[in-house]
Design a protein around this ligand. Sequence first.
Ligand SMILES: Nc1ccn([C@H]2C[C@H](O)[C@@H](COP(=O)(O)OP(=O)(O)OP(=O)(O)O)O2)c(=O)n1
Length: 157
Amino acid sequence: MKDLTQTSETNGGTGHLLHSRAAAAGDVGLSHLTQMMADFASARDWEKFHSPRNLLLALVGEVGELSEIFQWKGEVPRGLPDWSVEEKEHLGEELSDVLLYLVRLADICDVNLGEAVLGKLKKNAVKYPIERCKGSSNKYTVYKESEIERNSENHEV
Ligand SMILES: Nc1ccn([C@H]2C[C@H](O)[C@@H](COP(=O)(O)OP(=O)(O)OP(=O)(O)O)O2)c(=O)n1
């Protein structure tokens, strides 16, 4: 990836993007995150640790930490209205760790996550046509099965 670490001593090796206006507003794209993680690792000579398997394990570990936040709480309402500022901050940190390791894993595996995720969204829309699945959380295989049954019934007639 392009090296944006010229000022790594002052910005912790995350490149100038971290200090941009977009970043200040919390508006950041996948390619920027990818670049910042690459710069962060490069500045620390951590590329040798950021192997696919290590990153996957780190990602799963962070998913575990994220799960711990919800553990034993039972179902919680959307927006988490009863949670303290500290709890929400902690949640934001664990979500970020998951995202950062995911983005880094995709980069190290040479997967363009932006392209992949847009492609996947398209596939999902085809797999779950609104007219067939609105209001139902059934897996697509259920629609497929009922479609096959309907087709075979039509053939029998
Ligand atoms: N070898 C490493 C270690 C850390 N990180 C980055 C990615 C994560 O965003 C964060 C993870 O840091 P920690 O392993 O210190 O985990 P936590 O931030 O979750 O700390 P703690 O385990 O104390 O909650 O730092 C990284 O890219 N590569």
